[in-house]
Design a protein around this ligand. Structure first.
Ligand SMILES: [Zn+2]
Ligand SMILES: [Zn+2]
Length: 260
């Protein structure tokens, strides 16, 4: 038994992550145009096999832009909170089938168990997800201003993590964004900084942790080199030597990661 995941796009211009078991294929977020999502899906092992579902984390357009198009094109069930459904931007259009979930209540898509949990972000009812097959667990958690105790508890014991590392605090504060936007990003309802993420990872380390993909990097307020540097600091500790790190990209599909 194993899980496989591949980040199709990651960043403030669009997010989508494919998660598969040998039987089930689920897309988490659809923040690219329908055409671009299809193009990037062709670069994954999905290879024309059917998607079994689309799960949305929250209503922001960088997570939902193509949701209506691909749900109608593939006649795909879309799993989302009521808050997300009621706040989808009009251009998303109709979803083929909407399945409402509640954070804290697990549901199944094929042989994948999805455990959604609440995160703190400036959206109506945003979620992170633990995805489980058998005793194998991975998590996707982006778009959160603070790692609450609930988030830490949910992320514990996962073999793979897709975790936000949005901005470098110095770059953000010295950068071109207006003051109110800087405040929003830094707030409890904004995004995790590189430092926040490294601190969280230190708390989450355990022997079974194998892979980490750092995601949702700001193109303006961050740079992959800065993220790599903070990861290298972490890797000075021997306990991190066996953990694989990747950085999600906005403009291209990231390497696929087998979780076993
Ligand atoms: Zn986002
Ligand atoms: Zn967001």
């Amino acid at each position: 038994m194993s899980l496989f995941f591949q980040v199709l796009a990651s960043g403030s211009k669009g997010n989508a992550i494919l998660v598969c078991s040998s039987r089930t294929q689920v897309l988490f977020d659809a923040g690219l145009s329908g055409r671009e999502l299809s193009r990037r899906l062709e670069k994954t092992p999905l290879n024309g096999h059917r998607l079994d579902g689309l799960v949305l984390s929250h209503e922001h357009q960088d997570h939902t832009r193509g949701a209506g198009v691909i749900s109608r094109r593939f006649d795909l069930p879309v799993y989302l909170t009521r808050g997300t459904l009621e706040n989808l931007a009009p251009p998303v259009g109709q979803l083929a089938h909407a399945h409402i979930f509640q954070t804290g209540a697990s549901f199944l898509i094929g042989d994948l168990a999805i455990h959604p949990f609440a995160v703190s972000h400036d959206a109506c009812e945003p979620s992170g997800f633990v995805i489980q097959q058998g005793n194998m667990r991975m998590a996707i958690c982006t778009d959160l201003g603070v790692a609450t105790q609930l988030v830490k508890t949910r992320l514990q014991g996962c073999r793979a993590l897709v975790l936000e590392s949005n901005h470098d605090v110095g770059r953000l504060m010295e950068g071109p964004y207006p003051w109110h936007l800087k405040q929003r990003i830094r707030s409890r309802h904004g995004h995790l900084s590189n430092d926040d993420t490294i601190a969280l990872l230190r708390e989450l380390h355990h022997e079974g942790l194998r892979s980490i993909l750092l995601a949702h990097l700001s193109e303006v307020n961050n740079h992959p080199e800065l993220v790599r540097k903070s990861v290298q600091e972490l890797q000075h500790c021997e306990e991190w030597a066996d953990v694989r790190f990747e950085i999600g990209r906005q403009d291209a599909v990231s390497p696929g990661i087998e979780v076993d």
